[in-house]
Design a protein around this ligand. Structure first.
Ligand SMILES: C[S@@+](CC[C@H](N)C(=O)[O-])C[C@H]1O[C@@H](n2cnc3c(N)ncnc32)[C@H](O)[C@@H]1O
Length: 250
C-alpha cells in the first residue's frame, strides 16, 4: 500500500517539479507544490516509517529550492507595492508566530530581543514579531542576495529600528549579544547530524539566561525539512495542524 502511495501520488509530482528549469511561482509550479502539500497532509501517519533516505533528500531539495524562489518572488513583489498580507502563506506564518512567541514568553517573561538564523529573502518571522509583538529581531542569513532583498524590504516597511539583517553563517557566527532567544529556521542544518551540531554549538556558546528555539517537524512533514532529534530538547507541537513547524526548546 505504502509503495503504491509513493509511486502513484508522490513520484509523479516530484518528477514534474524536478523537470522544471526554475521553481518561480506560476500556475503549474503552484499546482505541483499544492499537490505535494496535500500528499503530506493526507498521508497515513505510518507512512513516515517507510520514508527512504534518497526519496526524502529529493523532496527536501525541491521543497527548499521552491521555498527560496517563493520568498524571493514575493519579497520583490512587495517591494514593487504589493500588500504583504497577500503573500500566499501570510496567515500560516501569523499562526506560527503566535504559537512561537507564546512559547517564548513562557520561558522568558519579559521578551524583547530575538536572534534569528536562516531568515531568507522574505523575513516574515521577524516582520510579524516586530509588528505584532513589538520585538527587536536580528536576522542572520548566509546568502548575500537574501540579505540584500530582505534589508530593502525592512526599509520599505519602515521597520529598520526593530529589525536588523546581518550576513553570516550560523556555523561561523559568534555575536550572540543581548538576544534572549536564539531561533533557528527550519532550513538551517541539512540533516539530523547538522541539527545535533547546531544544538551542541548553541549549548556551548549561549549565556545561562539565553534559550535556544529550533524549528523542527513531526511525521510526514519530515519530507519537507530535516527534524531536530527529539531527545536533544523539549519538543513542543502546535495543536493547529495548519502550523507546519514544531519546536525543540533548549
Ligand atoms: C527559504 S529561507 C527562509 C525560511 C523561512 N523564512 C523561515 O522562516 O524559516 C531559508 C534560508 O536559510 C538560510 N540558511 C541556511 N543555512 C544557513 C546557515 N547555516 N546560516 C545562515 N543562514 C542559513 C538560507 O540562506 C536561506 O536564505
Amino acid at each position: 500500500m505504502s509503495s503504491i502511495l509513493f509511486e502513484e501520488k508522490l513520484l509523479p509530482v516530484l518528477t514534474d517539479l524536478e523537470l522544471k528549469p526554475e521553481l518561480w511561482p506560476g500556475l503549474s509550479v503552484n499546482v505541483l507544490f499544492e499537490q505535494l502539500m496535500e500528499f503530506i497532509e493526507h498521508s497515513p501517519a505510518e507512512l513516515e516509517e517507510q520514508l527512504e533516505v534518497a526519496l526524502v533528500e529529493r523532496v527536501r531539495r525541491i521543497a527548499g529550492k521552491g521555498e527560496f524562489c517563493l520568498e524571493k518572488y514575493w519579497a520583490e513583489k512587495i517591494l514593487l507595492g504589493a500588500d504583504l498580507k497577500t503573500f500566499t502563506y501570510y496567515w500560516n506564518y501569523q499562526k506560527l508566530i503566535d504559537f512561537e512567541v507564546g512559547r517564548m514568553k513562557k520561558v522568558i517573561g519579559d521578551l524583547e530581543e530575538i536572534l534569528f538564523f536562516g531568515s531568507g529573502p522574505l523575513p516574515l518571522t521577524a516582520i510579524l514579531m516586530a509588528q505584532n509583538y513589538g520585538l527587536k529581531v536580528c536576522c542572520v542569513d548566509r546568502d548575500e542576495e537574501s540579505v540584500k532583498v530582505s534589508r530593502s524590504l525592512i526599509e520599505k516597511l519602515g521597520l529598520e529600528e526593530d529589525i536588523k539583517v546581518v550576513k553570516g553563517d550560523f556555523f561561523d557566527f559568534d555575536s550572540y549579544g543581548r538576544a534572549q532567544i536564539i531561533l533557528m529556521g527550519a532550513l538551517v542544518g541539512q540533516n539530523e547530524e547538522e541539527k545535533a551540531q547546531i544544538v551542541e554549538k548553541i549549548l556551548a556558546v549561549k549565556k545561562s539566561e539565553q534559550r535556544g528555539f529550533l524549528r523542527t517537524v513531526c511525521g510526514m512533514k519530515k519530507l519537507l525539512y530535516p527534524a531536530v532529534p527529539e531527545h536533544l530538547g523539549k519538543l513542543i507541537c502546535p495543536a493547529d495542524k495548519k502550523i507546519i513547524n514544531s519546536l525543540i526548546v533548549i
